[in-house]
Design a protein around this ligand. Structure first.
Ligand code: NFK
Length: 260
């Protein structure tokens, strides 16, 4: 059929890095082949690790769960754009506006910031990582995109989270002084609202946001592709790991079955 299929998810494993929240994932091997004739793993943890999709319910009470995203949002044509960022880099409306290939109405959008190469249990990736601001998320909503994936630590900039003085925070208070020193501004001036981009994109726009996009992201950057990213059909779920596929049809000969 000539299709090329790329994986855009990081590897899921017990010792994978995790956003600085509830600690750890615990895997226990319940049954071993040599002892039991089968192999079975017991898994305990939260879903907000590795390549995963958030639901509006993660950040706002009485909003839709992960199961409520309509199927048409979870697959479709779109683009992988390169928006390279460094420490505390901000993905802005201007970045999105001038991205190439252009982001079209109705697109799935995957953003390559370069940070997927740094995915590790480090401050460099999480506390000093990059992220979109509230205005950037509003731009995506106004553009009526279908779904968004970020090749970085979260759906929000780290300075818009409880790592500093927002919500449950500050869990990493030293970042507040560091930010002031480095930028000459107060974190609250630049990021006045807690998880603002999550709220604009998912609660306001109903658009699924995926964190920690990785895998073969570089290989499809600058290309238009067909994407699929499927969370579990989990009633009440506030987020879920996803396997993201980017599919291209270099010969332009693929046709779906007609259903006849
Ligand atoms: N940024 C990650 C994790 C996250 O936001 C989070 C996970 C557990 C506990 C608190 C979290 N966020 C804010 O405090 C996410 O949105 O999935």
């Amino acid at each position: 059929m000539g299709l090329k299929i790329y994986n855009l998810s990081h590897t899921f494993h017990q010792f994978m890095p995790e956003w600085p929240s509830t600690p750890s994932v615990n895997l226990t091997v319940n049954k071993f082949h040599a002892k039991d004739g089968v192999y079975e793993i017991n898994w305990e943890g939260i879903m907000h690790r590795g390549t995963h999709m958030d639901a509006p319910l993660h950040v706002t009470a009485n909003t839709p769960d992960i199961m409520a995203y309509p199927l048409w949002r979870l697959c479709g044509s779109g683009v992988v754009v390169s928006i390279p960022k460094g420490k505390w880099g901000v993905i802005t409306p201007e970045d999105l506006e001038k991205a190439t290939p252009e982001i079209r109405e109705g697109d799935v959008v995957m953003i390559n910031t370069g940070f997927h190469h740094k995915w590790a249990d480090t401050d460099e990736y999480f506390a000093y990582g990059c992220g979109i601001n509230g205005a950037g998320a509003k731009w995506l909503v106004q553009k009526k995109v279908k779904m968004v994936g970020y090749g970085c630590q979260a759906n929000d900039h780290p300075i818009a989270t409880k790592l500093v003085d927002h919500g449950l925070g500050p869990s990493q208070p030293h970042l507040i002084e560091e930010y002031k020193k480095e930028t000459g501004r107060d974190p609250k001036e630049d990021f006045p609202l807690w998880e603002d981009a999550h709220k604009n994109l998912m609660v306001g726009g109903g658009i699924p946001g995926i964190e920690n996009v990785g895998g073969d992201l570089d290989e499809v950057t600058g290309k238009r592709c067909f994407f699929v990213a499927l969370p579990w059909r989990w009633k009440g779920g506030e987020g879920c790991g996803v396997r993201i596929l980017a599919i291209v049809d270099p010969e332009g000969t693929f046709r779906f079955e007609t259903g006849q």
